[in-house]
Design a protein around this ligand. Structure first.
Ligand code: MLT
Length: 206
């Protein structure tokens, strides 16, 4: 199996969904632990480091230029990550996680939803783009997805995030898409909305 350098923190309260934390370009496995705790304080946290290096900066897949992806690599890396999630679920005894991905991490989470829907219980996609131009027919069976976009995001055009929301909805996900008065960086509103959303899906699952 493909291993990833990662951090794992066990749950501190039953009933909070495990989170799969996926950092942005140049981040690592430590980056989103604080965000994960702010969003869902009792959740188990599984946080891998992207295995692709771009000028020394970790990412989850190769890109040809900003916003232009090597789609063969997107597919390959999404399957590697799907295998890693399956393996670590057994190793740590956790349920299917909710992905919390930022930027490049949100894009691999979107690819994982489309290519390996069983890997995730749902996803919070922060500043995500359409990861594949010819996505497979996925069956998302009502999986909850929160997509938070920035109105002034210089990397993700509004049309692209709207297309991603449509793509995931057509695949059967239950998508909530909000466009925030923000750029590509996260804002306090992202944390507040993500926390509320996680709370509501945990309550529904209980
Ligand atoms: C990507 O490459 O996934 C996106 O351009 C976002 C980024 O990492 O800057």
């Amino acid at each position: 199996m493909t291993d990833f350098i990662h951090r794992f923190e066990p749950a501190t309260s039953a009933g909070s969904p495990p989170l799969l934390l996926l950092h942005g370009t140049g981040g690592d496995e430590n980056d989103l632990l604080g965000l994960g705790k702010m969003i869902s304080s009792g959740s188990a946290l599984l946080s891998p480091r992207g295995r692709v290096l771009e000028h020394g900066m970790p990412r989850f897949f190769r890109r040809l230029s900003e916003g232009v992806f090597d789609e063969d690599d997107v597919r390959k890396r999404a399957h590697e990550l799907g295998d890693f999630v399956a393996e670590t679920r057994k190793r740590y005894g956790i349920a299917a996680p909710v992905a919390v991905g930022f930027s490049n991490g949100a894009n691999i989470a979107a690819a994982l939803l489309l290519l390996r829907p069983d890997a995730l219980a749902g996803a919070i996609l922060l500043r995500a783009m359409v990861p594949l131009s010819g996505p497979p027919k996925a069956e998302l069976g009502g999986k909850p997805v929160l997509l938070l976009s920035g109105q002034a995001d210089p990397i993700v055009p509004a049309s692209n995030s709207a297309q991603l929301a449509a793509l995931l909805s057509e695949a059967g996900a239950s998508v909530e898409h909000k466009v925030l008065p923000a750029g590509h960086q996260l804002s306090q509103a992202d944390v507040t909305l993500a926390r509320g959303w996680i709370g509501s899906i945990a309550a529904e699952a209980a």
